[in-house]
Design a protein around this ligand. Structure first.
Ligand code: ZN
Length: 62
């Protein structure tokens, strides 16, 4: 599973399995410019980033 982050809003999303159709599972970044979107590497997400509740079912659990 790949994660991508909207660096503009500092929100992490789950990368879509069909990136041609949409970048994220929830489709939230469809209209976000590509320079606002980065794929997360092994370093993990920024400490202050929040997770998209539609991409991560457990986002509200902590
Ligand atoms: Zn999302």
């Amino acid at each position: 599973m790949h994660r991508i982050v909207n660096v503009h809003t500092n929100t992490i999303h789950r990368a879509s399995e069909n990136p041609v159709a949409q970048r994220t599972t929830c489709g939230a970044l469809r209209h976000v410019p590509s320079h606002h979107v980065e794929r997360l590497g092994e370093d993990g997400p920024p400490a202050d980033a929040s997770r998209c509740g539609r991409c991560f079912d457990d986002a509200g659990g902590y």
